[in-house]
Design a protein around this ligand. Structure first.
Ligand code: ZN
Length: 178
């Protein structure tokens, strides 16, 4: 139904039509796929069945997916990154034992409260989450788009700048239509 409203608004010639249409379409897609857009930030939100449904809906709209960037990070790197994370008790300020340590060990630079490791960031939880979200949930979806030749792998193990540069390069290539 949302998609019909989107189409009708688009037909009125309102100059904001494309934005409104894009928004309605995104919400409609999310609703039809039973996706929570907030939740999509946590990745692995699509099941293979939802990926197939998304393909058909886009085909109906005369659109297709031009690229599926996949950010790759091995378990060892994930353990180092997430396992080294510490937050403060006062305000959850975030630190990292290796890449962003506090000035005084175990103490928040900003408010002086104690730093601790969240249960979510411990090794057993990270391993379980990796298995469930990546190996079991995301990989079949990546395989689906891999079969269509759409997957572009981005090494997420680099620095923030390196990863940004890879994303920029991908967007530039897509912008060229090549
Ligand atoms: Zn703090």
């Amino acid at each position: 139904m949302l998609r019909q409203q989107g189409a009708r608004l688009a037909a009125t010639g309102d100059r904001r039509e494309s934005q409104v249409r894009a928004l309605l379409t995104e919400q409609a897609l999310a609703a039809e796929l039973e996706l929570d857009l907030q939740d999509a930030r946590h990745a692995a939100a699509l099941t293979p069945a939802q990926a197939h449904a998304l393909d058909s809906m886009l085909a109906e709209l005369g659109r297709d997916i031009s690229s599926v960037p996949v950010f790759e990070l091995g378990l060892a790197q994930l353990l180092e990154r997430v396992g080294g994370r510490r937050v403060c008790r006062e305000a959850e300020h975030v630190y990292h034992l290796i890449s962003a340590p506090p000035k005084t060990r175990g103490i928040c630079d900003i408010d002086g409260s104690e730093l601790y490791q969240r249960d979510d960031d411990t090794e057993p939880v990270i391993r379980a989450r990796y298995q469930k979200q990546w190996v079991e949930a995301a990989r079949p979806v990546v395989d689906h788009y891999d079969a269509a030749g759409l997957v572009v792998r981005i090494d997420a193990g680099g620095t923030r700048e390196q990863v940004s540069a890879e994303i920029d390069a991908l967007l530039a290539r897509l912008g060229d239509g090549s």
